[in-house]
Design a protein around this ligand. Structure first.
Ligand code: SF4
Ligand code: SF4
Length: 577
């Protein structure tokens, strides 16, 4: 048995996984509309490369990656592009973001595609390119582009590949069911990863001991491959990169460092399956396994769901009982968030739609004052001081929050879960992180603005110096001309004085505005003055109607504007003569 280590903190919330594991992974009818957000990952959003009205095939690129840290988007089914616009996306605030809508044709016709089976003979660079072109981002966390993760650079050779098969949130069984049914393809994906990373010495699949069926499903496929399935006691949370690396290797990932800095790469098991489909089958990432569960749905189970499927479509096909449950959560009860609307689409990171009944997950109790019990600190898997972070977040003390490593918080919610005062601690941390990021962005913007201003000032000063130098040269030339009384008659000095006079006349001529320009300027002035007169007359009429004491002010303004208008008109008439 492989040695494992125990992380600090953690909790044991009651499990509710069995409900969604009674049936195999299902498939839903293709929705009439699919909505694909252009940003489902960390990094730059994809840029649309289709037009409204265009026919697209399943798997066709509809938006291209826009940088190194970006991924393309593909059509999850065939149909017609019916909108490219901002739509509500899965976010606690109900925010809008750019999306592409496809009206499906029901035929589900694939674009021509082809994979490769002899990946061992393909250059890693080419395999990484295939992963990138397939639009694969991490499917278990924040959605980091997989191709970037698989390219740690020559200076950071990878000796350990960790496959994250933990699924510690109560209720979620998407990875568990995928391993039970797709173990062979997952192991094939791990072999591709091994080839890309130049065959690391250790390949470890980390999985909790509450998934015996999944562990048994992996066993025959890993035999003789050098891949180890490492199970460890179930505890929430264990699925963060930092926690899993510690559990499997005993190595601590320092704050601000990446697993690659320790010679490790950590990939989610769902992502591993997507990599197999991309390389061997030539398929982009257009669907994922999503758990639909909770007492408010009639048939909790896992579905192979097309990206872009509205959450409402999943609920309708599971006889969602709105009376039994008031809210729909994206993710699990610990780290998920309540959706403001069920019209948002499933994205590449959506592992669960939870529709609990009121009895199952009651509404949050009102928060009480902190009693300084310290239970939150005991539960924190990152050894932070949640109580202190809470105070600093309330005080918006950003410096102290950063000094207390707020950004190491993985937002697992273990502290909120144990808090006897029902303080929604993790919500304070999320909000504080948002404020700090916003403040940093604003600082960058103001630094840029200051640099632009200083550059502009320097240019003005430089131009002023040049002008002053020219003025000094002209003064000197004029004094020289004055100093010689015969200058005008002297053939040599005369030419210098004549030159100065000619240059001055040329400058004066250059400054003169042509009649056409004068006319255009006057016409613009007349139009603007007429507008001002209209506004002033309206205000005067209002003041008269309401017998306001401002009548005199507006009447003077009207007279004044009329005079200016007359002056401009008469100047224009003079010019015409
Ligand atoms: S668990 Fe809640 S009440 Fe106890 S110290 Fe932490 S914040 Fe305060
Ligand atoms: S949410 Fe953050 S502070 Fe709270 S237990 Fe998890 S890691 Fe610690």
């Amino acid at each position: 048995m492989t040695k494992t280590w125990v992380t600090p903190g953690g909790v044991h919330p009651p499990e509710n996984k069995h409900q969604s594991l009674t049936q195999p992974i299902g498939h839903l009818p293709i929705p009439a509309k699919l909505v694909i957000p252009l940003s489902q990952h960390i990094g730059a959003p994809a840029s649309p490369c289709v037009e409204i009205g265009q026919q697209v095939l399943k798997g066709q690129v509809i938006a291209e990656a826009t940088g190194v840290v970006s991924i393309p988007m593909h059509a999850p089914s065939s149909g017609t592009i019916s909108a490219i616009e901002h739509r509500p996306i899965a976010h606690p605030s109900g925010m809008l973001a750019p999306c592409i809508e496809i009206t499906t044709d029901g035929a589900d016709t694939w674009i021509e595609h082809q994979g490769i089976s002899d990946y061992e003979h393909i250059a890693p660079r080419k395999l990484i390119e295939m992963v990138g072109n397939a639009g694969i981002s991490g499917m278990g966390g924040a959605g980091f582009p997989a191709a970037v993760k698989l390219n740690p650079g020559r200076q950071r050779p990878i000796h350990t590949l960790i496959i994250n098969a933990t699924e510690c949130e109560p209720y979620i069984t998407a990875d568990d069911s995928a391993i039970r049914e797709r173990a062979g393809e997952i192991i094939e994906g791990i072999k591709i990863l091994s080839a890309i990373l130049d065959h690391p010495h250790n390949i470890l699949i980390g999985i909790e001991d509450n998934k015996p069926e999944a562990i048994a499903a992996l066993a025959p496929h890993v035999e003789g491959t050098g891949i180890s399935v490492v199970d460890f006691p179930t505890k929430y949370p264990s699925g963060g990169e930092k926690q899993l690396i510690y559990i499997l290797t005993g190595k601590e990932l320092p704050s601000g460092k990446l697993p690659a800095d320790l010679g490790m790469v950590c990939i989610n098991i769902g992502t591993t399956y997507a990599i197999k489909r991309a390389v061997i089958n030539g398929e982009p990432l257009i669907s994922r396994v999503t758990t639909v569960t909770g007492d408010a749905v009639a048939t909790p189970r896992n579905y192979d769901t097309l990206i872009g499927t509205p959450v409402s479509h999943l609920l309708e096909h599971n006889q969602f009982n709105e009376q039994a449950g008031g809210r729909v959560v994206m993710g699990g009860p610990m780290m998920g968030f309540t959706l403001p609307s069920a019209d948002v689409p499933i994205v590449k990171t959506t592992n669960c739609i939870l529709a609990p009944s009121y009895a199952e997950i009651p509404d949050d109790e009102p928060a009480q004052p902190c009693i300084r019990c310290g239970m939150c600190a005991e539960a924190c898997p990152v050894s932070l001081l949640p109580q202190q972070l809470f105070w600093y977040a309330q005080a918006q003390d950003h410096d102290r929050l950063e000094a207390h490593n707020l950004f190491d918080c993985i937002e697992c919610g273990a502290c909120s879960y144990v808090c006897p005062s029902n303080i929604p601690l993790v919500q304070y941390y999320r909000a504080a992180k948002g404020e700090i990021r916003h403040a940093r962005d604003e600082k960058v913007k103001s630094d840029h603005a200051r640099e632009r201003f200083e550059f502009h000032q320097a240019r003005i000063e430089e131009a002023e110096r040049e002008k002053e130098a020219k003025r000094a040269a002209r003064r000197e030339a004029a004094q020289q001309a004055k100093a010689s009384p015969m200058a005008a008659n002297d053939s040599t000095a005369g030419s210098s004085a004549a030159d100065i006079i000619a240059a001055a006349q040329a400058r004066a001529a250059a400054k003169q505005v042509s009649p056409q320009e004068q006319r255009a300027k006057l016409e613009r002035t007349i139009a603007a003055t007429e507008q001002r007169l209209q506004v002033a007359e309206e205000k005067l009429a209002e003041a008269v109607a309401s017998q306001s004491d401002k009548q005199a002010v507006f009447s003077a303004a009207v007279e004044n504007t009329k005079q200016k208008l007359e002056q401009s008109k008469s100047k224009l008439a003079e010019l015409a003569e």
